[in-house]
Design a protein around this ligand. Structure first.
Ligand code: 5GP
Length: 140
């Protein structure tokens, strides 16, 4: 039996404004905010407002709205951090590494020769996240 979407997951709470986040972008369908445990400076998340556990149960019409925003944020993060590349990641179910069960895309600036920190590692200082968010927003 496959698991169902839990409307009380942490990203759903961020969407409802029940817990804070450092926002980067929002429109009628999509929200982007900083990851609190960044694997590299500028690590951000892009999520749809509509709830689905992950890519596997998402409405294709939602994906069509989401992906242009992933691209937009990837371009902004690349410019803001003068990155050599951008890593876009998306995990489906625990076996694949998913820990928060609301569809999201990770967008992570990468620099040649610099390894990523572990997934879901240490919490970043909120002031650092805010400074990094301003850098990205300036490039949107
Ligand atoms: P997943 O493993 O599900 O692909 O990744 C979930 C991501 O959400 C992780 O990178 C983790 O650092 C991030 N995360 C977990 N809890 C919170 C939170 O409360 N706020 C934010 N902004 N990010 C979170």
């Amino acid at each position: 039996m496959s698991a169902t979407y839990d409307p009380n997951n942490i990203f759903a709470k961020i969407l409802k404004g029940e817990i804070p986040s450092v926002k980067l972008y929002e429109d009628a369908d999509v929200v982007a905010f900083m990851d609190v445990m960044p694997q590299a400076p500028g690590h951000l998340l892009v999520i749809p407002r509509q709830g689905s556990r992950n890519l596997l149960d998402a409405d294709p019409a939602v994906l069509a709205k989401l992906m242009p925003v992933v691209q937009k944020l990837a371009l902004a993060a690349k410019e803001a951090f003068e990155a050599d590349g951008i890593y876009v990641a998306q995990f489906n179910e625990p076996a694949a590494g998913q820990t928060v069960f609301h569809l999201h895309f990770h967008v992570i600036p990468r620099h040649d020769g610099q390894p990523l920190k572990p997934h879901s590692g240490g919490m970043e200082d909120i002031e650092v996240l805010k400074v990094n968010a301003e850098k990205i927003k300036a490039c949107l």
